[in-house]
Design a protein around this ligand. Structure first.
Ligand code: GLY
Length: 571
């Protein structure tokens, strides 16, 4: 069992951090970040500059994959708190003809990583060791992922999709108010981990909105990737810089680790919800399986009749989340290392059985819920983008450094940030990570293994046609945010923008608490839930969903989350 005090300290840090990070107001209307419905294509990302890059590629004849690769690299420049080339992510793809695929470009543990590498002599986790600095980094996967995605499905040249990011890094871009405040807040930490300086530190003054952030070293790295593809990152000068950086900070990543890294194509998880086909990310994500489990758990109940965030709706969903997250902790891990009971967890009758002991008159204590018997505190600053092109090809990518600005180490000479993804392993099976998530043996550290993720890039189909592209950052809240966005549209008839902006709540088995955004649930419903034993805590914004909906008359609606600087652009 987790140490509750340790856990609460982590979670309260998380709530303060997210409250500071997402100060945007939340409304259900189309706002300044979303201009309406379009028929040719749409790009929704966490940063206006990245959305512009994606839409320009689509307008020049690129397809959704071309635009996605260009956006991934652009986000590494304009949204360095989560956009990356030093991290990893997942892609779910659906072609206009209905072909589906999933790409796992999640980071891997280095070959010399070991199960107890973050424990002290007494066997307790040394929290900062898996969170900050060189030892927190997994072998980056984003560049190989983008190379593979482009080779398989891209239409315009590799050079063309790289160039916008190079220009943004070389010439600079205007930072938003939110970014200025984040960079100022991290000034001391950046100095601590990068004594030789980094582009993110302003030595002359404090950062202000509209200041130009230039990243010359990153521009040179992106040029090498443009000219040499995979070899521009995993070997040569950039690989040398990464290894040198590891030597400086006692990190583990070697030339061999870089050479051996390859993204992996996987079969998407699929499931059905009220006649809609869900296409989502398989393990190494826990998110796709958990999302389908949640949808199956609530499908027998009349959510629409009860109403959005009504007490019965909230109670049912919390009980489903309790059971699904208990399963997540036990049964999910890297499928190349651990036999995930995928078919059993995705079985409708299994999830129905899991809900059978649910009692309307009182909350089920989490201590009474164990993972189902199967025969046979993540950081929240990930980022998601959704793209549909003129032909109807759709891409859903969630990508991350894990924490905001990852391990806070910029690779000297190469200008990009290292991830701190090693914290997503169960550092000590049974102890919570930075999101308060408890993991088991399935997610223990092993050489070359991928750490479990909650990222849930998803595409929804209706009657054989594209219906929705959706995903979000938010650590452990990713799964429940994607789930709520889907039911907001399917059960509660919201538009895409309303569904994205609607207030959310979250439960994850442990701790036995329900987190709600301010005013997400009316006070009478909260009292009813409390009287049944639910512990309800208000927290900062949950998720930052960027999504696209295809309407019944064939146009695209964007949903750009008003909790951030996100922007939907269509044409
Ligand atoms: N680092 C967050 C996640 O992968 O879920």
């Amino acid at each position: 069992m987790p140490k509750i005090t340790n856990l609460l300290a982590k979670l309260s840090f998380l709530f303060i951090a997210t409250t500071v990070l997402f100060a945007g107001c939340v409304t259900g209307q189309l706002g300044k970040n979303n201009s309406g419905e379009f028929k040719n294509g749409m790009v929704v990302t966490a940063h206006p500059e990245a959305s512009e890059v994606g839409i320009a590629i689509l307008k020049k004849g690129g397809n959704a994959i071309d635009a996605a690769v260009a956006v991934q690299f652009a986000l590494a420049v304009v949204y360095p708190n989560a956009g990356n080339i030093g991290g990893g992510g997942f892609m779910v793809y659906r072609s206009a003809k209905g072909e589906i695929n999933a790409l796992d470009f999640r980071e891997k543990a280095a070959a010399s990583a070991s199960r107890d590498m973050y424990l002290d002599a007494a066997g307790n986790p040394i929290v900062d060791k898996s969170l900050y600095g060189h030892l927190a980094a997994g072998v980056p996967g984003s560049v190989d992922g983008m190379v593979q995605a482009h080779q398989k499905y891209g239409k315009v040249s590799w050079q063309q999709v790289l160039q916008p990011a190079i220009d943004l890094a070389e010439n600079g871009f205007k930072i938003t108010k939110r970014q200025a405040s984040e960079l100022n807040g991290l000034h001391r930490k950046f100095m601590e981990f990068n004594p030789n300086g980094t582009a993110f530190v302003n030595l002359e003054s404090t950062w202000k909105e509209n200041d130009i952030l230039m990243q010359k070293e990153l521009a040179n790295t992106l040029k090498l990737i443009r000219d040499k593809g995979r070899a521009g990152f995993y070997s040569g000068a950039v690989a040398d810089s990464i290894v040198k950086e590891m030597q400086r900070g006692n990190g583990l990543i070697t030339k061999n680790d870089l050479d051996n890294y390859h993204a992996t194509w996987r079969k998407p998880v699929t499931g059905n919800y009220r006649g809609y086909q869900i296409i989502t990310m398989p393990p190494t994500s826990s998110g796709g399986i958990a999302l389908v489990q949640l949808l199956q758990s609530v499908a027998p109940y009349p959510l629409k009749q009860w109403g959005h965030n009504a007490d019965s709706t909230v109670q049912l969903i919390v009980e489903a989340e309790r059971r699904v997250y208990a399963d997540r902790a036990t049964h999910l891990g890297d499928p190349d290392f651990y036999q995930v009971p995928r078919n059993e967890l995705l079985d409708v009758s299994y999830n129905k059985k899991r809900m059978a002991n649910f009692n309307w008159s009182a909350a089920t204590p989490s201590s009474a819920v164990l993972a189902g018997e199967i025969k046979g505190a993540e950081h929240e600053e990930t980022t998601h983008f959704s793209i549909v092109d003129r032909d109807g090809n759709a891409v859903s990518i969630t990508t991350t450094l894990n924490g905001s600005y990852g391990a806070l180490v910029a690779v000297k000479g190469a200008g990009f940030l290292l991830n701190n993804e090693m914290d997503d392993f169960s550092v000590k099976p049974g102890a919570p990570n930075m999101y308060g998530l408890v993991g088991g043996e399935a997610n223990a550290i092993a050489p070359n293994k991928r750490m479990l993720s909650s990222m849930t890039p998803t595409i929804v189909e209706k009657d054989g046609k594209l219906f929705m592209v959706v995903g979000t950052p938010g650590g452990s809240t990713i799964i429940t945010s994607v789930f709520q966005t889907i039911i907001n549209v399917v059960d509660f008839n919201m538009s895409m923008q309303q569904a994205v902006a609607a207030k959310k709540f979250h439960h994850q088995w442990l701790p036995d608490e329900v987190y709600v955004e301010k005013d997400a649930i009316d006070s009478l419903s909260i009292k009813k839930l409390q009287s049944k034993g639910y512990k309800i805590l208000t927290r900062g914004p949950i998720g930052r969903v960027d999504a696209i909906l295809r309407t019944s008359y064939g146009t695209y609606q964007g949903g750009a989350d008003p909790r951030g600087d996100d922007k939907a652009i269509g044409y």
